[in-house]
Design a protein around this ligand. Sequence first.
Ligand SMILES: Cc1cc2nc3c(=O)[nH]c(=O)nc-3n(C[C@H](O)[C@H](O)[C@H](O)COP(=O)(O)OP(=O)(O)OC[C@H]3O[C@@H](n4cnc5c(N)ncnc54)[C@H](O)[C@@H]3O)c2cc1C
Length: 407
Amino acid sequence: MSFDIVVIGAGPAGLCFARSLKDSGLRIALVERQEEAALMTPADDGREIAITHRSRRLLRELGLWARLREEEIGTLRDAMVLDGDDRDGLMFRHGEAGKEQLGWLLSNHAIRRAAYEEVAGLPEVERITGARVDAVRTGPNGAEVELDNGETLHAQLVAAADSRFSETRRAMGIGAEMRDFGKTMLVLRMRHQVPHEEVAWEWFGHGQTLALLPLHDAHTSSVVLTLAPPAMRELLALNDAALEAAMAERFQDRLGAMSVAGPRCAYPLVGVYAKRFVAERFALIGDAAVGMHPVTAHGFNFGLLGQDLLARELRAARAAGRSIAAPALLARYERRLRLATRPLYLATNALAGLYTDDRRPARALRKLALGAGARLRPFRRLVMSGLTAEQGGVPAPLRLLRRPRPA
Ligand SMILES: Cc1cc2nc3c(=O)[nH]c(=O)nc-3n(C[C@H](O)[C@H](O)[C@H](O)COP(=O)(O)OP(=O)(O)OC[C@H]3O[C@@H](n4cnc5c(N)ncnc54)[C@H](O)[C@@H]3O)c2cc1C
């Protein structure tokens, strides 16, 4: 079978990419190893995704936002960073950015469902589900994708969105920087007595990192706990009542009594950055290109940005009658995505390293950083504008660190 583009992986990035090419005139095959039923009603994986203003604009343009139910959208009004036993932390307030809120929180399975619903109605996208990619070959005249059902797909371009542990990336000979933080992250929806007031918490305690992500209901949040794997195994072995008591204690009872309200989902923490994002007739998107540590909540936001960058290039090439696999086009995509993601990828890894290190120097440095963060306007501008910038092509985080020129 022949297509213009074969997309590998129907996760949030692959689905959004296919949707971004609607009405472009390009024929797309979307290959996913999960069965169709699993895409139609994705399992709750516990992840609550913090969405920036730019991402919300993209989700609106793609039609996904309109498919979300009201109770699936949480408001992220303000955010607070706490260190150790401090009562007051570093506060990021929506007012400073001149916005009504810093961002939104959406369940990953709701994003996946909405994206699937959008793509399912597109005649130009052929979904090939329950099929795994076995091999990819690209050359000057075209690309071939071999599936485990014996079928071979032919295309002008292959886009791989097959997760941070992308097998296709490896098969194409593209290496990746990987940083294993040696920790496990538990995400768990919980009800709590004290309302969250739409404020997210990031709390760096000794031996643990805790976060609280406010959901639509004022008394329900996603609790995110990072621990060393042995401690996490012990916690996960507890029954609900014991887990609830342990969580209330970890939060020093600041939220009152807590009860389990969702599945327990644990993830190993590994950051991944591909050495290259493109090769001949080949591009990486989503986590396959940049797999972020979740502490700065940017993985999907970057995935959305990257697929948009590539889709715009492809639409423009198609409209002008140029090749959609031209090396110059792919190089431009790679350059722009790298510029947009590299500084925050490095900063996130540094932050994650610093905040999961409980040795004395790291603790002192944290205190210093938090105090300085509260005072340094450039730092605050970097964080706030990463969340609230709405327009603009490629955000260049380093540019934001410079002083604004007087008008
Ligand atoms: C705990 C946690 C919290 C997070 N919080 C945030 C947040 O607040 N904000 C944010 O922006 N991001 C967040 N993220 C990151 C976000 O979830 C990911 O960036 C996003 O889900 C990646 O989407 P993807 O489509 O690139 O990859 P995936 O979701 O991994 O999807 C890959 C797809 O490819 C398929 N596949 C794989 N291999 C093959 C193959 N060989 N053949 C066919 N199909 C294949 C898989 O079945 C899967 O459907 C968080 C992540 C975690 C773990």
